[in-house]
Write a protein that binds this ligand. Structure first.
Ligand SMILES: Nc1nc2c(c(=O)[nH]1)N[C@H]1C(S)=C(S)[C@@H](COP(=O)(O)O)O[C@H]1N2
Ligand SMILES: [Mo]
Length: 379
């Protein structure tokens, strides 16, 4: 934390198990991806998770402009048609909120109370950022690029536009782009219409929606969403480490049928194919393991189709369910960087980056649902 600045808590804490009405208010606006949607390689847009800090802006595409300026030689202003007229790329990208898993921490940082489903994988289409940055010619003094959204609000007493920066080096990476379409459709209002930043491999907060300006700056940007927000820190008076790339995670499609309120799964005896998706922003997923005894023993799942450099990939595991009783299913991913999902994570004040393994309670009984054979042809 900078000298002389009194730390404001980024999020308060709740030691009780109950979700507060304020958390419910956020959860009702920002939904997660229902776990059964893991069956789709590309998440249908309405099932993709959603996180908006302030209000979803209503944008008139004819009036909208993007300015790219700041410490540059040749600033430019673009219309939506200008952006769409530029070279286009389409990439499958897994987006995950850095606060995913927050509600599993105790005490619970008060913010959007995600369980483990704040994720989605979609095909985003847009124009690469690097040629645009080259076109405006950053000055030698340039160090970072600030991406500013149209949405405005107050957080921790600070009035602000939602905005985040990247170093000029990171912003100039070949795979970043400005997206105006998702899964072949124009961006819907909630996902950033008319234009959003996509930074493959990075946690969701980096992918600024409703872009209005891109500003090259000559000193590190310290806006609220950059600092102190999105840092992993165990104490309020320490800045901690900035959140950047997505840690490995695997999620399973809950098998059988749910019990309405507790969501416990009910299954019959027989052969059950467990399936799910795994991803990491630090390199590809190289291994997924499954446990049917609450994490005491693990067996390798079979990795399926590879979704590309920045998209999740499928996995399957055949479970022969021979005995009635209660089971706890878990899965965990390992990525190319050698990072493995932990059984528990270290608590931090903002509830960031909790990639601990998912646990699914299953009750197996002979009289329960007959086992479903896997549907052929579903990737
Ligand atoms: N302008 C703007 N961009 C934003 C946000 C926001 O509140 N405003 N939320 C960020 C966060 S925290 C996440 S996790 C992702 C969510 O993207 P999605 O709603 O399209 O899934 O958008 C990011 N971009
Ligand atoms: Mo997020």
């Amino acid at each position: 934390m900078r000298a002389g600045v009194q730390p404001e808590p980024v999020h308060g804490l709740s030691s009780g198990p109950d979700i507060t009405l304020e958390e419910l208010q956020l959860a009702a606006r920002n939904h997660s991806m229902p776990l059964e949607a893991l069956q789709y390689a590309m998440t249908p847009v309405g099932l993709h998770y959603l996180l908006t800090h302030f209000d979803i802006p209503r944008v008139d595409p004819a009036e909208w402009r993007l300015t790219i300026g700041g410490h540059v030689r040749d600033p430019i202003t673009l219309t939506l048609e200008d952006v769409k007229g530029r070279p286009a790329v389409t990439r499958a990208v897994t987006l995950e909120c850095a606060g995913n898993g927050r509600a599993k921490l105790s005490p619970r940082p008060l913010s959007q109370p995600w369980l483990f489903e704040a994720v989605g994988n979609a095909e985003w289409t847009g124009t690469p950022l690097r040629p645009l940055l080259e076109a405006v010619a950053p000055l030698d003094s340039a160090v970072e690029v600030v991406f500013t959204g149209l949405d405005r609000g107050v957080q921790a007493g600070i009035e602000q536009h939602y905005e985040r920066s990247l170093t000029l080096r990171e912003a100039s990476r070949e795979d970043l782009f400005l997206a105006y379409a998702v899964n072949g459709q124009p961006l819907p209002p909630q996902h950033g219409f008319p234009l959003r930043l996509v930074v493959p491999g990075w946690y969701g907060m980096t992918h600024v929606k409703w872009l209005r300006s891109i500003t090259v700056v000559n000193r590190p940007f310290r806006g609220y969403q950059q600092e102190p927000a999105y840092h992993v820190t165990s104490r309020e008076d320490e800045l901690g480490e900035p959140v950047t790339r997505i840690l490995p995670r695997s999620l399973m499609v809950p098998p059988g049928i749910p019990d309405f309120l507790p969501r416990t799964r009910q299954l019959g005896l027989g052969t059950q194919v467990l399936e799910g998706r795994a991803w990491s922003g630090q390199g590809r997923v190289v291994r997924v393991e499954v446990s049917t005894d609450g994490g005491r023993s693990w067996a390798d799942a079979e990795l399926g189709e590879d979704g590309g450099d920045f998209a999740w990939q499928s996995w399957r595991y055949t479970w022969v369910v021979a005995a009635e009783g209660e089971y706890e299913l878990c899965c965990r991913a390992t990525d190319a960087a050698g990072s493995v999902q932990p059984l528990t994570t270290r608590w931090n004040t903002q509830g960031m980056c909790n990639n601990q393994v998912q646990r699914i309670k299953v009750v197996v009984g002979e009289q329960l649902v007959p086992v479903q054979p896997p549907v052929d042809g579903i990737p």
